[in-house]
Design a protein around this ligand. Structure first.
Ligand code: OXD
Ligand code: MN
Length: 601
């Protein structure tokens, strides 16, 4: 052992797994922490680390009467979001990573980041965070170990994954764990990299303290490395919520849905059906990630690998998402929200008007009427799933839940109807592959531009997009009872710019049609781009919106669609060398049908 490491105080190892011990030793020699602390996931540990985080100013206690067990964290103002331009897939060849990813050769990445990690934890503690993504003991679950110098990461991982000794028990003496190394270094954006090594099942993240870059189980393992492993091992890692929809007779249908960030995925996953749907209940299995595998019974079985919600706070209120509001009332961490004088939290779009005075997300005094936002637009809550009143009782099922329908959606003010059903699996894959969302004012760049985001996986597929589509298409031979596939759009606008569909709880009406179709008991009408409901096929009783608006939301305009198809074709140009031919053929069939429909006038 080098002198530096023998100077480190190595806390008592909680495992004698020699692969794990050797790797921790190697990382400790590189990062040179003062001490190494193993995390067991206990309550006592949580209290100790929370007190430490408070003493260090990493966490600010909130009003413990109003929000028991809740704390606020203010991140570095230059470290508030995922950094796609600094995120790399380090496969041996650039082709494997594909045009959808930044690529760095593995040896170059290890060398470059190795220099940054060298001594990065001097004076700090290296925490060993063992965790499981997925229900304990599930054949679909994966074990990861994250080494980090951030106590904030430890406390978040504790909520987001099944963390601690139980993960080490599941690992046993196996070498099969994801090796995640994270150091905040100095939070300098010029020294920030998020590198994935799919061949080594390893992640190196340096220079950031923000959730998506540093809670390595989430986007890095569950999506980027997960999608890569899924292709090799015959399963799928998707950016999807999972919900169970229970009907009055007790039957529950499970649905997975992909929406790009900022399209209300968490809200949809926690939907409360409107009064009209008495006896119906939506159960949340997951709000962000879905691991799906063909089961022996010919169906797709899915688990949520996470154990908590890392949700966007702005816009969350008791109308848009009462279950989320309930979930963040205790034992939750808030990042970059504003604080009221009495230690409560606030963000734009929370219930009621803004308090007169706040402390903003940067810790500065803020007054109502200020032109600056009090909470950062990407401010977050980290809440345990067990706080959610609608948490599915099946969430810990080792085999997961059987998926009957897959929904793709995006934010589109024109063109895309409220709901349509794909003709078949290949067409469904085409709908997912071409989905897009309009940029909002919150994002940098021009507003209202359609950004294509296939299956909402553009920033998260850990390999070439064309091959990813191929993997999807391959499921046709592996899953006998394939889920039915749907496209939805809650965001279509009328000529006056107003939304045509009320959204939120009313989305239950669309969901019911989807479930009825998946169960083969509702009508539909064939159009050039898919099956759509007629008014009578959907339950629209007591809907406080004129029928004309719903019809407009559902309208299919042939000319708009011809332009849409041309735009999809242009997007695919980049992936031409690996694009499966079915995707190209599917486009041409849709194009021909549209031309014929156009001629009919
Ligand atoms: C997320 C995201 O944080 O998709 O879930 O950005
Ligand atoms: Mn997400």
């Amino acid at each position: 052992m080098s002198t530096t490491v023998s100077a480190a105080e190595i806390g008592s190892p909680l495992s004698d797994n020699r692969h794990l011990l050797a790797w921790i030793d190697e990382c400790a020699r590189l990062c040179k922490p003062d001490r190494v602390v193993w995390c067991d996931g206990s309550e006592e540990e949580k209290e100790r680390l929370t007190a430490l985080a408070v003493a260090q100013g990493v966490l600010i206690p909130l009003n413990q009467e109003k929000l028991p067990g809740c704390y606020l964290h203010r991140s570095d103002p230059a470290d508030v979001a995922r950094v796609e331009h600094l995120t790399f897939i380090c496969t041996p060849t650039r082709e494997e990573a594909g045009p959808n990813n930044n690529w760095m050769a593995p040896d170059e990445a290890y060398r470059k980041l190795g220099q940054l990690f060298d001594g990065s934890m001097k004076g700090r503690t290296m925490y060993v965070v063992p965790y499981v993504m997925g229900p304990l003991g599930s054949p679909l679950a994966k074990v990861g170990i994250e080494l980090t110098d951030s106590v904030y990461v430890v406390l978040n991982m504790r909520i987001m994954a099944r963390m601690g000794t139980r993960a080490l028990r599941m690992l046993g003496d196996s070498d099969g764990f994801n090796r995640g190394l994270h150091s905040m270094l100095d939070l300098n954006p010029d020294r920030r990299y998020i590198c994935h090594f799919p061949q080594d099942n390893a992640i190196w993240s340096i220079g950031s303290g923000y959730g998506g870059n540093v809670l390595l189980g989430k986007k890095c393992l569950a999506l980027r490395i997960g999608s890569y492993l899924g292709r090799q091992e015959g399963w799928m890692a998707e950016h999807m919520l999972i919900m169970g929809v229970e009907e009055p007779n007790g039957d529950t249908t499970y649905v997975a849905a992909a929406f790009p960030s900022a399209c209300g995925k968490t809200n949809f996953a926690m939907l409360i059906p409107p009064k009209r749907f008495q006896g119906w209940k939506v159960w949340t299995v997951g709000d962000d990630i879905c691991w799906m595998k063909p089961g022996p019974d010919g169906r797709f079985w899915a688990i949520n690998p996470e154990a908590g919600y890392f949700g966007v706070a702005p816009g969350t209120n008791s109308l848009t998402n009462p279950n989320a509001m309930e979930s963040v009332r205790r034992d939750s961490l808030f990042t970059n929200v504003a604080m009221t004088p009495d230690g409560d939290v606030w963000w734009e779009g929370k219930d009621g008007v803004a308090p007169e005075e706040l402390i903003d997300w940067k810790g500065r005094p803020w007054k109502r009427g200020s032109t600056e936002k009090a909470a950062h637009p990407n401010s977050r809550f980290t809440a345990p799933a067990t706080n959610n009143p609608a948490l599915s009782p099946r969430v810990n099922d080792r085999n997961g839940v059987p998926i009957s329908a897959i929904i793709f959606g995006g934010r589109r003010s024109t063109t895309v109807p409220l709901v349509l059903q794909a003709f078949n699996w290949t067409h469904g894959v085409y709908l997912g592959a071409t989905m897009g969302s309009e940029t909002t004012a919150a994002a940098v760049g021009k507003e209202g531009v359609v950004r294509r985001d296939p299956m909402a996986m553009l920033p998260f597929a850990g390999y070439d997009m064309g091959r990813y589509f191929d993997h999807w298409l391959n499921m046709e031979g592996k899953v006998e009872y394939l889920p039915k596939v749907f496209l939805v759009n809650w965001f279509r606008r009328g000529p006056d710019g107003a939304f045509l569909w009320p959204g939120f709880g009313e989305n239950m009406r669309v969901l019911k049609w989807i479930i009825d179709r998946a169960r083969g008991r509702a009508g539909a009408w064939e159009t050039p781009i898919g099956w759509v409901p007629k008014w009578a096929d959907m339950d629209m009783r007591d809907l406080a919106v004129p029928i004309e608006d719903v019809e407009d939301a559902q309208r299919i305009d042939v000319e708009e669609w011809k332009r849409e198809i041309a735009d999809q074709e242009e997007f695919f140009e980049k992936y031409r060398s690996t694009m499966p031919k079915e995707i190209v053929l599917e486009r041409e069939i849709i194009r021909s049908r549209l031309e014929r429909a156009g001629r009919k006038g």
